[in-house]
Design a protein around this ligand. Structure first.
Ligand SMILES: [Zn+2]
Length: 396
């Protein structure tokens, strides 16, 4: 081969990992971390979207994160690492990019993903360090008593909409939404409690008024794995019928109906629009971020949960919408608890209303909602639950 051509080829090869620009296009401008539900989350704040790779190396155990075409423009010293899976953090150059080396104390599973700008934050790369649980022994799972062996129940907090001085929607013959919602909520709670590995908690079990803010607090107090609010509303259009399922949106509502319903439900309580997560014990600088991050993750889970419920509910209640709608319901604003709002039908529709007050139909609706949420949790059981343990033993 001609020497000059060889040189050209070599240069061409070199040009691949080293972009022509003298200065990398992006900067790593900040790094933050906090712990939540069994994992350590590290967030890299970036000036733009990056290509990245992560891989683990043994002896000594470490995680490598390569950020292409990115320059370090922050100190790594401030990252709080005490008592976590990360012993120390170093950085180096990797071509035109930056290599981060996380020295690890213990084996971890790392999940990394990029987040686009939102809620006052720019581009971010999120690294979730999940602590690896020791292998489960099949013999332990076979015993029904496993619930008491540190394998917790999935807690479903059920919120019957309205109550007390707030009747909710009123049907053609004076039927009240608050009574329909409570009846379905009670039946759902019974169904949830009947399944091993699940525990139901009712926000209200009588005809009382509870502000929206308080309802969310109940879910937090019980460490809920999910929050479900049961409704049966009125629509401006009398012909509107069937069930709908809603999850929270960070941006605009996905339909006019979603916006209209959200405004209607939120009007009940002026305090409802406030976010209720107490962040007193956390760094105030992080508060906004935690909310942002957990909201994003929670909304994704809520949408999956909602889809399972809607699919299941369609058969008994009909579907007003074919997909899970998103709107700014105050009652759904628990940043770290997957939350859905189910409109089981419309009190304003004569046919729907007749069914909604019928105990047999209420039972069918409750059963269908349960089937939907059960399917969701069976596919994605939360960590530390009996269901997760059972699934692990099946997958192994
Ligand atoms: Zn309602």
């Amino acid at each position: 081969m001609h020497r000059r051509r060889l040189l050209k080829l070599l240069l061409a090869g070199l040009a691949l990992p080293f972009p022509a620009t003298a200065h990398p296009a992006r900067q790593l401008v900040g790094i933050r971390s906090w712990r939540s539900s069994g994992k350590l989350r590290v967030v890299l704040d970036l000036s733009g979207p990056v290509e990245h790779r992560t891989f683990e190396l043994a002896a000594p155990r470490r995680l490598i994160v390569d950020l292409d075409d990115t320059r370090l423009n922050t100190s790594l010293a401030g990252l709080p690492l005490a008592q976590g899976p990360i012993r120390s953090l170093r950085s180096g150059l990797q071509g035109a990019g930056t290599r981060l080396v996380f020295d690890l104390n213990e084996p971890v599973l790392v999940n990394s993903f990029l987040l686009a700008p939102g809620e006052g934050r720019g581009h971010r790369l999120v690294l979730d360090f999940q602590l690896r649980t020791p292998p489960v022994q099949a013999a332990v799972i076979a015993r029904p008593a496993a619930i008491g062996d540190g394998q917790r129940n999935i807690v479903v907090v059920i919120d019957a909409g309205h109550g007390g001085k707030d009747p909710g929607a009123v049907g053609p013959k004076g039927e009240q939404e608050k009574a329909v919602a409570l009846a379905i909520a009670r039946l759902l709670a019974k169904k949830v409690d009947g399944r091993s590995g699940f525990k139901a908690r009712l926000v209200r079990n009588e005809d009382v008024f509870i502000p929206l803010r308080k309802r969310v607090e109940v879910a937090r107090r019980y460490n809920a794995d999910m929050f479900i609010s049961i409704h049966a509303d009125a629509a401006p259009r009398r012909t509107a019928s069937g069930a709908s399922v809603f999850a929270l949106s960070q941006g605009g509502a996905t339909s006019t109906m979603a916006r209209w319903l959200a405004e209607r439900e939120n009007r009940v309580d002026l305090l409802g629009a406030q976010r209720s997560l107490s962040l007193k014990d956390r760094d105030p600088m992080l508060a906004g971020v935690i909310l942002d991050m957990s909201m994003t993750a929670t909304i994704t889970t809520s949408l999956d949960l909602g889809k399972n419920i809607l699919d299941s509910l369609q058969g008994v209640a009909g579907a007003h919408q074919k997909r899970v709608e998103q709107a700014g319901f105050a009652v759904l604003k628990s940043p770290d608890i997957p939350s859905v709002l189910v409109e089981t039908g419309f009190m304003s529709n004569t046919v729907d209303c007749r069914k909604l007050v019928d105990p047999r139909h209420q039972r069918k609706v409750a059963n269908a909602i349960f089937d939907g949420l059960f399917q969701h949790f069976q596919a994605r059981p939360p960590q530390g639950t009996l269901l997760a343990k059972m699934k692990e033993s099946q997958d192994a």
